[in-house]
Design a binder for this molecule. Sequence first.
Ligand SMILES: *Cc1c(COP(=O)(O)O)cnc(C)c1O
Length: 394
Amino acid sequence: MDDYSDWKMATRAIRVGHQRTAEDEHAPPIFTTSSYVYKSAAQAAARFSGDEPGNIYSRFTNPTVRNFEERLAAMEGGEVCVATATGMAAIMTTCIGLMEQGDHLLSSRSIFGSTVILFDKYLARFGIETTYVPLADVDAWRAAIRPNTKILFVETPSNPLGELGDIQALADLAHEHDCLLVVDNCFCTPALQRPLDLGADIVIHSATKYLDGQGRCMGGAVVGDEQNVGEEVYGVLRTAGPSMSPFNAWVFLNGLETLDLRMKAHSANAAELAHWLQEQPQVSKVHYPGLDSHPQKALADSQMKLPGGMLSFEVDGGQAAAWKVIDATRLLSITANLGDTKSTVTHPASTTHGRLTPEQRAEAGIGEGLIRISVGLEDVADIQADLARGLKLL
Ligand SMILES: *Cc1c(COP(=O)(O)O)cnc(C)c1O
């Protein structure tokens, strides 16, 4: 691997990982091959036994995928990265690799919906129990740790309310109890937040979101140390096979080259939109970690470089009012996807959080009048005009 230790984030995102081939290409190639050829029977034997490093089979060794893995590991400051087919595959592979029957998983309450189902329905089937605590309440985390707790799982900032978990405090707590802290860093990316620097053990990504940045490909990644990620998580990947395709890895590699630039632009647009929304008479509350009104603004400033591109806001009048605003948009895409150059708008109570009971939604703070925006890279004046059209109807 290149010696990138002196390079800053934006440089790593562009330069790490590509090993130029004999063709002297400037841009990284896509290696669409399932297997590799050995020079002799002895070399094949050495590769299979692990005595000689090198490519074996693209389920677990592919040059384009490795290029992406090395680059993302360098950006997150981890020893190794394991790329997966989707973000959910990254979470599943991590859980299977690092836990066993009888272990306990402690998670923040407001996490991605499919992650909850993975924990409650599927991991539970194999004797792994999950309990949930409020993200921001470190004392609640401490009180919920059991002797068999193995992993603390956190997503920060939360979706859709932008609450924060204190990564450093949770890492200290995890290590006091011999647990691992796993952080889903999908909303921030390493351009805005580096959980490993704050003491976390493992970082999870859905590359589908900001790492791609244009909503084209599915992918995921696990970043961490040689033992937990390089041995245990990689072991599951190479055996069970939820691997990233070389084509998708190539798209993500190109996405990473502009990540630093894009995250700054997403944050600038979101901050401007959040301030504007705060001034609209029809908007009762704006949730965004970059606002002075955010209850954890100090924590946001200390663990995030910038507040990111996700925000939500509340209008009076419940679902009918929220839907009116959403349906009046012409520019914004009505879709639950996020991290795209195109701004998207969602009504969490009837989509991403629609499977919760009304009581669970109320407990999670997801009101009927809540609207979530993944702020894209269009001119922010056009995004404002698109939302103003609906707000005027209220
Ligand atoms: C989308 C998402 C995931 C799952 O990723 P997929 O690529 O859709 O499998 C996990 N965590 C968060 C925070 C996400 O937004």
